[in-house]
Write a protein that binds this ligand. Structure first.
Ligand SMILES: Nc1ncnc2c1ncn2[C@@H]1O[C@H](COP(=O)(O)OP(=O)(O)OP(=O)(O)O)[C@@H](O)[C@H]1O
Ligand SMILES: [Mg+2]
Length: 146
């Protein structure tokens, strides 16, 4: 049986909404045969994307809006995080390990997203905003057991 589900939500850029996003994504994942490691990995990746929208997109102002779309089918999970914040000047550079526009940050958010997910796509336009698409497949072994 393929389990198809989709949720779309919008929330303000309050730091406490990072955990809201984690809870919603974890709940959506529970309908599929992901491992506990997969669950932890996706939660970290989603936290990083939402934190970036809050911190960088909206520069920690809590009156920005973030759109979160989560879709699952029998094969995997897709998460899209979108903000209408300041945008990224150089996406390629931003995705490099240890690159950050803020001196006190590690510059590892995109590295985590890349390594913990199967797919990462970033679209951004300066002054318009940023859209991050994350995708994780259900492990093959789990799928063949269904
Ligand atoms: N939604 C966003 N809007 C604007 N700029 C962004 C956004 N997401 C990322 N960036 C830019 O990309 C850079 C790299 O992001 P990344 O998450 O890899 O590192 P970081 O957020 O600086 O540090 P860390 O995630 O380790 O705390 C950021 O420093 C920022 O300049
Ligand atoms: Mg980050």
């Amino acid at each position: 049986m393929s389990k198809v589900n989709r949720v779309k939500m919008q929330f303000p850029s309050h730091p406490e909404n990072v955990s809201l996003a984690r809870v919603v994504v974890a709940t959506m994942m529970s309908s599929l045969d992901f491992t506990l490691t997969n669950l932890d990995d996706v939660k970290v990746a989603v936290s990083e994307a939402v934190s970036n929208s809050i911190m960088h997109g909206y520069q920690n102002e809590s009156n920005g809006l973030i759109d979160l779309t989560i879709a699952v089918d029998g094969n995997g999970l897709e998460v899209i995080v979108e903000d209408r914040g300041q945008g990224i000047v150089d996406i390629e550079k931003a995705m490099e390990a240890s690159y950050s526009t803020e001196p006190d940050r590690m510059g590892l958010g995109f590295v985590f997203m890349q390594s913990f997910m199967d797919e990462l796509e970033v679209l951004s336009e300066v002054g318009k905003g940023t859209r991050v698409r994350l995708y994780k497949s259900v492990p093959q072994l789990q799928r063949s057991l269904q």
